[in-house]
Design a protein around this ligand. Structure first.
Ligand code: DGL
Length: 287
């Protein structure tokens, strides 16, 4: 059961008659999707957005596919109730493990980050490193997507289990984070990669740390930029681009709203109004 929302009626008035004005739903396990949100603000300033962070159940990257599927279905059902016109899975782990399965279960278009990221990577280089959560790395989703587009490139993936907890705890500038990052990047630097893909939407938050450890010629690919380009195209194609002024972004989380409101200061430059969505009635989500 979902908590009732003070915003529930915000979009109802126009979502049927003027579907262009309906919001885009964006979700992640936590603050990672804010890297996608920032690109949406930059490139699609007319769009209204509902952002959901599944903070009660993060990190996703150490979960099984069955768990991720359940979480993603919970979120998409909720998004559908909010009458979104499109969803961006601002989460690589969900995109890798659930996107292909859930796409046919919902009527709204759903975009993932992996294909846009893979397409951008092959345009940048030939020796491609991917840093990702354990679940994304194990799925080989990036390797498959990249090699399908260009079988002549080489791909190395590194699983980075410690990054998401460190980022969620806002320990970006902690010397320990630097040491962890050095150990994750070491094998990729040894392979002389020319391109590095952020295979988790949390990782662009670590950009200053990663940039300082990588040789300067290594190009960084942020799939957030490219999923927003894909979103722009899709909205145009479907005649769903909004030309009216947007309503303020609505933020919701499954964990502590106050904590997430504080993260807004760090990553968006201002505190946020955040509501709580309770998925505890959902079968698999209780633990
Ligand atoms: N930011 C998400 C991703 O891109 C989820 C990370 C996590 O919760 O482990 O994979």
């Amino acid at each position: 059961m979902y908590s009732s929302s003070i915003f529930d009626s915000n979009f109802d008035n126009f979502s049927d008659k003027e579907p262009q004005r309906a919001p885009i739903g964006v979700f992640d396990s936590g603050v990672g999707g804010l890297t996608v949100l920032r690109q949406l603000y930059r490139h699609l300033p007319n769009e209204s957005i509902i952002y959901f962070g599944d903070t009660a159940r993060l990190p996703y990257g150490i979960r099984s596919q069955a768990e991720i599927l359940q979480y993603v279905r919970d979120i998409l059902n909720w998004m559908q109730q909010q009458r979104v016109k499109m969803v961006i899975m601002a989460c690589n782990t969900s995109s890798a493990l659930a996107l292909e399965i859930v796409r046919s279960e919902f009527s709204m278009p759903i975009l993932g980050v992996i294909l846009p990221g893979a397409k951008a990577a092959v345009q940048q280089g030939k020796r491609i490193g991917v840093i990702a959560t354990p679940a994304t790395a194990k799925s080989n989703a990036y390797r498959h997507a990249i090699l399908e587009i260009d079988p002549n490139v080489q791909v190395w993936q590194v699983s980075c289990p410690e990054f998401v907890p460190l980022i969620e705890q806002n320990r970006i500038h902690d010397p320990y984070t630097n040491e962890v990052a050095r150990s994750y990047l070491e094998p990729l630097i040894q392979q002389e990669i020319d391109t590095l893909v952020y295979g988790c939407t949390h990782y662009p938050h670590l950009a200053p740390v990663l940039r300082s450890l990588l040789p300067s010629h290594v190009k960084l690919v942020d799939p957030a930029v490219h999923v927003v380009a894909a979103c722009t195209q899709e909205l145009d194609l479907l005649g769903l681009s909004n030309t009216h002024p947007p309503v303020p972004t609505r933020f919701a989380v499954s964990g502590c709203p106050q904590e997430f409101a504080q993260s807004g200061v760090q990553w968006l430059g201002h505190t946020l109004t955040v509501e709580l969505v309770d998925f505890t009635d959902s079968a698999v989500s209780q633990f």
